[in-house]
Design a protein around this ligand. Structure first.
Ligand SMILES: [Ca+2]
Ligand SMILES: [Ca+2]
Ligand SMILES: [Ca+2]
Ligand SMILES: [Ca+2]
Length: 410
């Protein structure tokens, strides 16, 4: 699958310059992002792709990506960042077997431990889901085999609360013609608490899950009332749904987020301390992709569509995260207009009112940017993305920028 991705992107290669500077598309608002971007991966040979990020309530960050070790082998690597956005320790080897490991997802708990789920191509016909967790110093705490049946299990999403209790959701090829979304809930040490079926209709394909979890409002005590989690997913490649759960794993409701006759796909979900959710997704309007979001309250009330980005550009691959305390949120996505590609971020108030922007995170050469955003404490967020032939990095490499929700307003 990597061969195809690279072949396609290389074909699009152009001699344009990488421009890491910041620009606002609307000059009357002040960009709130830091005035610097940074190169994440230390080992630059071959390709580094599939960047994802997580942040803790302490404001620490981690960026995780797929590292191409050889023509036939990929690994998972990580870099931890302090609250100031400086590298903490070196590049970490999360998974480095001879088998291809790919499709990482990452979450961070209240002690800055981080948990990485990924797909392992165990045999040519069998993909499995593994989780490994680490201290922020890079000490490996454990490895959990989440899904290792003879069926293909892939495309996982992981989310934890501040105590490190985590959930993992993933797609399983239940049969050649039927995909389902399954999930498992674990203690911080990888003890299985429960298995659950997010969506398993025998007559529909459910794919592309995105999981989020409340970090928990209560600082010292495990409070299941503020530990909700939610999983967004795609049905039959064209509709987006959300299923919500309380902290004990009881389903609270299933919501149709985007079910028009247009193709709606690629959901990302976030939620607050209090279980209020927001889901972003992309919709095909004619031949053009637009991005929307929709809020779902803890009592199950759906908002109208919130417009993130519509217009003449191709806007795709959005991810979303929320400030856990008040529900203001950021959506990052890639945007293509003519021959120009950029990574953009749009910010919104807790009620879904746009706060200016979108802001240009980076002008990029590649449509493999696939940006990932995560919000930490004090509304500081980090955006990680992939760039082709970026500064000091042959082939693909991973770059990041930090920002702060609503810090500066004109
Ligand atoms: Ca590289
Ligand atoms: Ca490997
Ligand atoms: Ca398997
Ligand atoms: Ca199914």
């Amino acid at each position: 699958m990597f061969q195809n991705l690279f072949a396609k992107s290389l074909a699009r290669r152009r001699p344009s310059q990488f421009r890491p500077g910041f620009e606002s598309l609307e000059s009357r608002v002040t960009p709130v992002l830091d005035t610097f971007g940074f190169h994440v991966n230390t080992t630059t040979a071959l390709a580094q792709t599939e960047a994802v990020s997580a942040s803790s309530t302490n404001g620490w960050h981690v960026v995780v990506w797929t590292h191409q070790a050889s023509a036939t082998n990929t690994d998972i690597r990580a870099q931890v960042y302090t609250t100031r956005g400086t590298k903490f320790g070196g590049e970490l080897r999360i998974a480095s077997s001879r088998l291809p490991e790919l499709q990482p997802s990452v979450t961070m708990d209240g002690q800055d431990r981080f948990y990485v789920s990924y797909t392992q191509q165990t045999t040519s016909r069998n993909k499995d889901i593994i989780v490994t967790n680490f201290t922020r110093e890079g000490a490996r705490l454990g490895t959990t085999k989440v899904a290792t049946s003879t069926k293909n299990e892939y495309d996982s999403s992981i989310a934890s609360n501040r105590f490190g209790e985590f959930i993992v959701t993933y797609t399983v090829d239940t049969s050649a013609s039927n995909q389902d979304i399954l999930g498992k809930r674990y203690t911080k040490t990888g003890l299985l608490l429960s298995s659950f079926s997010v969506a398993n209709s025998p007559t529909a394909d459910e794919t592309a899950s995105s999981a989020a979890r409340s970090v928990s409002f209560n600082l010292v005590q495990h409070d299941f009332q503020s530990n909700h989690y939610a999983v967004a997913y795609v049905v039959n490649g064209k509709d987006v749904f959300l299923r919500r759960y309380n902290g004990l794993g009881a389903a609270l409701g299933t919501h149709a987020i985007a079910t028009t006759s247009s193709i709606e796909t690629n959901p990302s979900v976030a939620l607050t301390y209090y279980g209020n959710c927001v889901v972003s997704f992309q919709r095909l309007n004619g031949s053009q992709w637009d991005i929307f979001a929709r809020r779902v309250s803890s009592s199950g009330t759906l908002s109208a569509n919130i417009t993130v980005r519509v217009g003449t550009s191709q806007d795709t691959d959005a991810t979303i995260d929320m400030k856990h305390s008040d529900g203001s949120f950021a959506v990052v996505y890639q945007s293509r207009k003519g021959n120009s590609n950029s990574v953009l971020v749009s910010e919104f108030s807790p009620t879904g009112v746009a706060r200016g922007g979108p802001f240009v995170v980076a002008n990029v050469k590649s449509l493999a940017a696939k940006p990932s955003v995560s919000v930490g404490n004090l509304a500081t967020y980090i955006i990680a993305f992939t760039e082709l032939n970026g500064p000091s990095d042959p082939s693909y490499g991973v770059f990041a920028r930090r920002g702060a929700l609503g810090f500066v307003r004109a």
